[in-house]
Design a protein around this ligand. Structure first.
Ligand code: ADP
Length: 696
């Protein structure tokens, strides 16, 4: 059939009357596409309006016919046809009353571009033509794009929200888990610390030391996991402070040397003396990075050496750029495993390293911490030969004074620590309140602090804390953060509200087991005077107490007391005057050595009764030049003098013992008479002491 003719024929037949051109005109005026095709195998198109042709990029009907073969099938993208045809058939079958369908599909335009269209089709039986579809069609490419974009954004937003929720859940799970795990470990380590302090049985001390090591390593693993999750959650922030590089290096040396010594590895430190000593940076995180790398070097090296080198790459006005290299002669890393090195939880060469403890998190944390500091970890390694890890570090200079030459091996760690010494102290007049919901923790803290003589009240909840705080006056409060009921912060708030004057003058230190997200800042902001992480480290606790307790109540000591202060105080009251006034004896040392006053008096009794006999023996040995016997007798005199707290006689007897060994007659000749005079004078003093003691 002639196509032009067919069109006209259809148009004329469509109206059946002379109004045909009007309807056709209307169809042509429609802003959207409209066409009719036969519902048969051929799907021959009976009519298309101009807008339809334009959707296909055709200016004329001829072009459209050429492009589509003038069939419905020819209009649809071949990849979409089957699917939409099925869909149309299905919709029509289900919608017998209205015989409508809706589909979207792609078309290929004349210029080859692909567009999306929507298609509202109606099925009808057209007199004279039989079954046809008449279809409204529109180009929806742009709206579809917008819709898709919206959809994508919505999905992204949902995914983001879900991820944030998951991350929040993870962080909160981890912080809860850390609490749950740390609390019992704290108790275990605390109880164990007491065993370490109080037991004298070497076997038990050995077991106990093993518990300590395993506990500390478990805590290390938990901290690693927490650090990692904190970094992942974007919650890890750097806290720059002023620090001494020398002290930093000394600390690292101190942390690593015992492990290196245990494996007979040599430790070489090479530090450029021109680097300024006082810098500004996140001291703790830098230490963590270097210690991680150094520990790995020691862990994965069986023989040879570990070297830490710090050199200065650049020095600008107030910034220094350092290069830090950690090199070992260890097992090295296979080339093919290099890529996995920094992945979390990834451990290499498992068959060989199974026995080496680790989580595979150390390097992932190290690399991420460095990236937070704007640096990057570089690794060079040769399998079976050794590895070299290095990174650069830009630090602000706090003071230009160079670190200078220093011998790391003889560095006095106490001095490097800013002159800070371990504080041992007693404060029998002080009263503190310790609040923790785990009774075992309270027991541990009270046990560990027993020696200080501080009087300790305990409370197991925020509510009980408030009650006790109201009733009593405390010099210091340790307040656990996580407690059921009122937590630490809420309790502190309540204390501020109810006892504003009293709380102003009472330092309150927060105890917290959680290591996730800026705890320190949170606690200080909430009004705590200071912050301490659990498990309670007794040194830190004593240091804080020495800092915050009123000065007039604390007595700092050079070394710790072995016996709890309270007991000592009681006993000291009973020490005979004559001993306290004697220059030759320190009764406190003697009591400590013997255990208690009664034992001490017992020891004195034995000692004093053998003085004359021993003095005579020494004289005799010397005059007979029997140096073997002389050495032996001064040795025994030396030991017993220690037990009664006479370091004076102890030291002098030791010198005589040495002289005896060396057969140094001149020395003995010179000092023996003076020594024996003082030694004999002890008899009278000790007689009096025993008399005084027994009289009471
Ligand atoms: P791990 O806790 O297993 O030590 P790390 O993340 O610190 O975890 O290290 C990941 C892996 O990289 C280790 O298991 C080890 O196989 C390898 N590795 C790390 N440091 C060294 C090194 N100095 N020499 C050889 N292999 C190393």
């Amino acid at each position: 059939m002639n196509e032009e003719h067919a069109d006209r024929e259809f148009a004329e037949d469509l109206s059946g009357e002379k109004k045909l051109p009007a309807i056709e005109w209307l169809a042509e005026q429609m802003p959207g596409g409209f066409f009719i095709y036969r519902d048969d195998e051929e799907q021959e198109i009976l009519y298309v309006n101009k807008p339809t042709c334009r959707i296909f990029g055709c200016e004329t009907l001829e072009e459209f016919k050429k492009l589509t073969g003038y069939t419905f099938r020819g209009m649809v993208h071949p990849d979409d046809f089957l699917e939409i045809q099925n869909s149309i058939d299905k919709q029509i079958a289900e919608d017998s009353a209205h015989k409508m369908d809706y589909v979207e599909y792609r078309i290929i335009r004349k210029d080859g571009s692909i567009r999306w269209v929507d298609d509202y089709g109606h099925h009808a039986n057209l007199p004279g033509f039989g079954d046809v579809y008449y279809v409204f069609i529109g180009d929806i490419t742009d709206t579809r794009k917008v819709k898709e974009e919206q959809q994508r954004n919505k999905m992204l937003a949902q995914a983001l929200e879900a991820a944030e929720q998951a991350s929040l859940a993870k962080t909160s799970f981890l912080s809860n888990m850390s609490h749950e795990i740390r609390t019992p470990i704290t108790a275990i380590l605390g109880m164990n610390e007491m065993i370490l302090r109080e037991s004298v049985n070497p076997k038990i001390l050995e077991y106990s030391e093993n518990i300590r090591q395993a506990g500390v390593s478990l805590l290390g693993i938990i901290s690693d996991i927490l650090d990692f999750s904190k970094i992942e959650a974007g919650k890890m922030e750097l806290t720059p402070v002023k620090y001494s590089l020398k002290k930093q290096i000394a600390d690292i040396y101190n942390l690593i040397r015992f492990r290196a010594e245990a494996k007979a590895l040599s430790l070489d430190f090479s530090i450029d003396p021109n680097i300024p000593d006082l810098l500004i940076g996140d001291e703790l995180r830098i230490k963590q990075v270097v210690t991680n790398l150094m520990s790995n070097a020691v862990k994965y090296t069986e023989k040879g050496s570990i070297c830490l080198k710090v050199s200065m790459l650049k020095k600008e006005e107030d910034v220094v750029e350092l290069k830090i290299t950690i090199e070992d002669t260890g097992i090295g890393i296979r080339k093919e495993e290099m890529d996995e090195l920094l992945s979390p939880f990834e451990r290499l060469d498992i068959s060989r390293n199974r026995s080496i403890e680790g989580t595979g998190l150390g390097l992932a944390i190290t690399a991420q911490l460095l990236s937070l500091m704007g640096s990057e970890l570089e690794v060079e390694s040769e399998y079976q030969v050794g590895s070299k890890f290095n990174f650069t570090l830009r630090q602000k200079i706090a003071d230009e004074t160079p670190i200078g030459e220093f011998d790391i091996y003889s560095i006095d760690l106490k001095k490097a620590d800013g002159g800070k010494k371990r504080t041992f102290f007693v404060a029998p007049g002080a009263r503190i309140l310790v609040v923790d919901d785990t009774p075992m923790n309270l027991q541990v803290i009270a046990g560990l602090l027993k020696r200080t003589g501080v009087s300790i009240d305990t409370a197991e909840s925020g509510e009980e804390c408030i009650e006790k705080f109201g009733e009593n006056d405390y010099h210091l409060v340790f307040l656990d953060y996580r407690m059921p009921g009122l937590d630490g912060i809420e309790t502190l708030k309540e204390l501020f509200k109810r006892f504003p004057d009293k709380i102003k003058n009472t330092p309150v230190i927060s105890l917290t087991a959680s290591a996730v997200s800026g705890d320190r800042e949170k606690m200080l902001q909430a009004g705590f005077t200071d912050y301490m992480a659990k498990p309670v480290n007794i040194e830190e606790m004593e240091e804080k107490m020495a800092r915050y307790l009123p000065e007039e109540l604390t007595d700092l000591l050079e070394s710790p007391l072995e016996t709890p202060v309270a007991e000592i105080l009681e006993e000291y009251a009973e020490i005979p005057e004559v001993l306290i006034n004697s220059k030759l004896i320190n009764p406190k040392d003697g009591i400590e050595y013997c255990g208690d006053l009664e034992e001490y008096i017992f020891a004195i009794n034995i000692y004093k009764n053998s003085i004359e006999e021993k003095a005579k023996l020494l004289e005799k040995n010397f005059s007979e030049k029997d140096m073997a016997a002389f050495t032996l007798n001064s040795h025994s005199l030396k030991s017993t003098s220690m037990a009664i707290g006479s370091s004076n006689i102890f030291e002098r007897a030791r010198a005589l013992e040495e002289a005896g060994k060396e057969e140094n007659y001149d020395y003995i000749y010179k000092v023996l008479p003076g020594f024996l005079r003082d030694y004999r004078s002890l008899k009278e003093i000790l007689d009096k002491a025993v008399y005084e003691f027994e009289k009471n």
